[in-house]
Design a protein around this ligand. Structure first.
Ligand SMILES: [Zn+2]
Length: 299
């Protein structure tokens, strides 16, 4: 039997009906992150008595971790992906449409995945909606845009909690970047937003991205829907300070503005994409960072 030492077994494989298969037909390669679609942590395993579903772990709003199914068994949480994955349910703090998830839950999720990886080696971390053949909004608009942050934190080996995302006030728009650590993926790629915010009729975004691809695109993402709003090819800007710090060459900086008007009413986060595709898509190789810790509600 394999259960994380961070988890307390809770109604362990005893929901009133067997909602898992014994054993595995494939090697475990993936962690699948879910939102629980409920604010009631305690209800989690008992609802599976009447529903043909289950997951290996659940995390409460305060970060408590419970184990429901042995990792060596196949829980029923993502259809075709069940055989090769471990499913983790994150209890919500609110229902639809936002499906809120607390920072304490995200912090515990990072620690749990780190602990699982310490035993199993590096795993893919995906959202339920990313598993082929699954048509679902899970994990919802609060959790899904944070998956890149979660991957970064898991793989940087750091369990320092991320700062609570805070809309920047007009007074600190151009300096708040110093409060956020550099984004790194553990593979030699790094990025940072130095300046991000409305100035006059424009949204200004200045920063840098180290990743060895031909083009840099700045893509604005609606953090509620997780969908792209608009994108722009960024011209390289010389950043001697960054090149010196990371021992790199070339114009790794960017400095772009977008018109604010079409963004009105949206909550925006910035995706920095280095790519070989001249249109800013992922064809031919790419590397993405999304700065989910810093967003703006555009008025
Ligand atoms: Zn799900």
């Amino acid at each position: 039997m394999t259960v994380s030492k961070l988890a307390t077994p809770y109604m362990f494989q005893n929901f009133g009906a067997q909602r898992w298969w014994n054993g595995r037909s494939q090697k475990i390669t993936t962690i699948v992150v879910h939102h629980a679609a409920t604010t009631n942590f305690g209800a989690m395993p008992s609802v599976w008595r009447d529903r043909e579903a289950s997951a290996h772990y659940g995390i409460g709003q305060n970060g408590e971790i419970r184990a429901y199914v042995d990792e060596e068994n196949t829980a029923w949480h993502c259809g075709n992906g069940n055989a090769y994955s471990i499913g983790i349910e994150c209890t919500n703090t609110s229902g639809e449409p936002n499906w809120g998830v607390s920072n304490a839950t995200v912090d515990a999720l990072v620690k749990l995945i780190q602990e699982i990886q310490s035993r199993r080696g590096k795993l893919q971390i995906v959202g339920h909606r990313d598993v082929p053949g699954n048509s679902t909004v899970c994990p919802g608009p609060s959790l899904y845009p944070r998956l890149q942050e979660i991957r970064n934190r898991v793989n940087s080996g750091s369990d320092t909690p991320a700062p609570t995302p805070t809309p920047s006030k007009p007074t600190n728009v151009l300096t708040a970047g110093a409060g956020y650590s550099v984004l790194s993926d553990g593979k030699g790629n790094h990025a940072h937003l130095d300046e991000y915010g409305p100035t006059g009729p424009k949204l200004k975004i200045r920063g840098w991205h180290i990743a060895n691809y031909k083009h840099e695109f700045i893509i604005l993402i609606d953090r509620v829907t997780g969908k792209e709003v608009t994108r722009q090819l960024a011209k390289g800007v010389a950043r001697a300070d960054v090149n010196k710090a990371y021992n790199t060459k070339g114009n790794v900086g960017f400095d772009v503005t977008f018109d604010l008007k079409p963004l009105k009413g949206k909550s925006i986060v910035v995706l920095m994409r280095a790519t070989n595709d001249p249109k800013g898509n992922t064809t031919g190789g790419f590397q993405d960072f999304t700065e989910t810790r810093w967003y703006h509600d555009i008025k």
